[in-house]
Design a protein around this ligand. Structure first.
Ligand code: AMP
Ligand code: GLY
Length: 443
């Protein structure tokens, strides 16, 4: 008996872990997993130039489930962690579990929380969780009529948000101020099908005002462990102006959400969501990420994501002291309730995204990046790669968001100063970043 337990322990000591994805979030995950004394090898599929340094890249795309499964079997991968939403909503976790592989993330059914905004809004509504009022349409004309009936004056202020139901790489959300904008947004989603099949249903919802915060939790479907709050910076330019992006920077903790507020969010948002998922027989296992608007009437849910945020993951994991493999292991065994809790470095972390010229519009790839080694020498700094590749032995740009330069400091302003000091070391033709990441925390 004892020897079989010892053998099981031993096996779980020299684990091979596979991370699926190729962005900054996956680099942060691979880096953190690689620090676990229980881990032997970390593979990233397909990865980027940064994950090639901190782990081993595997040339398999995140949507090629059969090859990923074969790789995991052939390489004694004991644990697979899925970074992005697309494979999760396409059922990668179900595919791995069917072949008895251990995998961290929600099932296809549970991932609908992000994959379908209608599913998410209906769940929030039925569970009485605060969120913006909304209406669902399958027909653009009906949605347009609803706007015109509700706002009969052409010049009226129309504070609504139009959303395509499905995944649209963060682009299927159009925030409107006028009637013309709302009608145009409905046309783009329903008639022009700018977001493809994601627009076969659409939501028109009340526009909320306030600051946004990201509250993430890890859950095994019953127990919830909430992570410290973070804040993303979605608009491209300083002062939250310009087009929306995947996120130009993040920091944690976000003082906007104090301990009392975090407990409130846990009780009134996260717990009822996890219970509602369990009741509907789609228990949610993995990372539950609430995108919240802190309104005058309290926090309201803007959306759920079913994975770590990118770039929120980078400052969060830089501060996490607990072995992430232990937490994930406990989650997969349904034993998160026995877990002692997470330990965090009290120092805040700030992540500044450096982007390609033209992003979030079109951009060129293949521009050589200089100064990475100088940035790496700075203390308490980690440069996470997002859109990078290696070409003829050189690290080159290979995406819109290229790097997530992350630093810890004694205060948020100190972490910010250190992050920008590292940014200054790094250059390529057309590189740019926002200059005000984390300023909202210190105002
Ligand atoms: P989502 O993908 O639903 O998080 O939406 C992307 C972004 O659109 C959010 O981060 C907000 O900035 C904005 N947004 C979404 N819903 C609303 C809303 N009801 N009111 C105001 N802004 C919103
Ligand atoms: N940072 C926002 C997201 O990951 O969707």
């Amino acid at each position: 008996m004892r020897s079989s337990i010892d053998r099981a322990r031993k096996r779980l000591q020299d684990m091979n872990v596979l991370v699926v994805g190729n962005g900054g979030r996956e680099h942060a995950l691979a880096w953190k997993i690689g620090k676990s004394p229980r881990v032997e090898r970390v593979f990233v599929a397909p990865g980027n130039a940064g994950t090639a340094e901190d782990a081993e890249n595997i040339d398999i795309k995140a949507d090629d489930f059969p090859r990923l499964i074969r790789f995991a079997k052939e390489n004694q991968v004991e644990l697979t962690i899925i970074g992005p939403e697309a494979p999760l909503t396409a059922g990668i976790v179900d595919a791995f579990e069917q072949t008895k592989l251990r995998v961290f993330g929600p099932s296809e059914a549970a991932a609908q929380l992000e994959g379908s905004k209608v599913f998410c809004k209906d769940l929030l509504h039925h569970a009485n969780i605060p969120t913006a009022d909304y209406k669902v349409f399958t027909d653009g004309d009906r949605a347009a009529k609803y706007i015109i009936d509700r706002y009969p004056e052409e010049k009226q202020n129309v504070p609504v948000v139009v959303k395509a139901d499905g995944l649209a790489a963060g682009k299927g959300v159009i925030v409107c101020a006028t009637r013309a904008e709302a009608l145009d947004a409905i046309n783009r989603v329903a008639r022009d099908r700018e977001f493809g099949a994601a627009g076969s249903r659409l939501i028109v919802e009340e526009r909320l005002d306030g600051q946004e915060a990201s509250v993430l939790a890890i859950t095994d479907g019953r127990t919830i462990v909430t992570l410290p709050p973070a804040q993303d910076h979605k608009p491209a330019n300083d002062g939250d102006t310009g087009p929306n992006t995947g996120g130009m920077g993040a920091y944690s903790p976000a003082p906007l959400v104090d301990d009392e507020m975090l407990r409130w969010i846990e009780e009134h948002v996260l717990v009822p969501t996890v219970h509602a998922m369990k009741r509907s027989r789609n228990p949610f296992k993995g990372i539950l990420y609430a995108g919240l608007m802190m309104t005058n009437q309290g926090p309201k849910v803007l959306e759920y994501n079913v994975r770590f945020g990118d770039p929120e993951c980078q400052p969060l994991l830089m501060r996490l002291k607990t072995d992430i493999v232990d937490v994930i292991d406990a989650t997969l065994s349904g034993e998160l309730d026995k877990f002692a809790g997470l330990e965090w470095d009290p120092r805040p972390a700030v992540c500044v995204v450096m982007a390609s010229e033209g992003y979030p519009g079109s951009y060129e790839r293949g521009r050589p990046i200089r100064g990475l080694a100088d940035a790496a020498k700075l203390p308490d700094v980690k440069v996470f790669h997002a859109g990078t590749a290696t070409l003829d032995g050189e690290v080159v740009t290979n995406g819109g968001r290229v790097l997530g330069v992350t630093a810890m400091g004694e205060s948020i302003s100190d972490a910010k100063r250190r992050a920008y000091e590292a940014v200054k070391c790094i250059r390529w033709d057309g590189a740019w970043c926002r200059k005000d990441i984390s300023d909202k925390a210190v105002q």
